[in-house]
Design a protein around this ligand. Structure first.
Ligand SMILES: [Zn+2]
Length: 135
């Protein structure tokens, strides 16, 4: 498992924009790349249209997974926003954390400056993974 996830400034900024655009609902998306370096962001639709939970559109996710394979990269992280709560996995996030090898990135929008944290969620255990933004 990764102990750090590197995200370029442009992808990081796009992730924050996506989260802000969907406010007050939760936004979600996928970060893909190689090793621990993110090279691509996919904005996803939250079919729950909710400010406290998200669920990705499965057809959209299928297309993204295909694109990831075709680009010879891997899904490294799944991100979503917490418009009204801190950057920490909710009980539902824990329950729905099916991808043990992915970093769950949470963008909290409760402060003026977004707080972004990464977590590995495995068998009910949460471990924080550092997020490094590269200029
Ligand atoms: Zn959440």
């Amino acid at each position: 498992m990764l102990d750090k996830l590197f995200i370029s400034k442009s992808i990081f900024d796009e992730m924050i924009s996506h989260c802000r655009e969907k406010y007050p609902n939760e936004a979600c998306g996928i970060l893909a790349g190689k090793g621990n370096e993110t090279s691509k962001i996919y904005r996803m639709t939250n079919i729950e249209n909710s400010s406290v939970s998200y669920f990705m559109d499965s057809k959209e996710q299928f297309k993204v997974m295909k694109d990831i394979r075709e680009n010879n990269i891997s899904m490294l992280a799944i991100f979503h926003s917490h418009p009204l709560s801190p950057a920490y996995p909710s009980a539902k996030d824990m329950r729905l954390a099916f991808y043990e090898d992915a970093v769950y990135v949470i963008v909290s929008l409760i402060e003026n400056k977004p707080v972004v944290k990464g977590f590995e969620i495995r068998e009910g255990e949460i471990k924080e993974i550092g997020i490094v933004v590269k200029i």
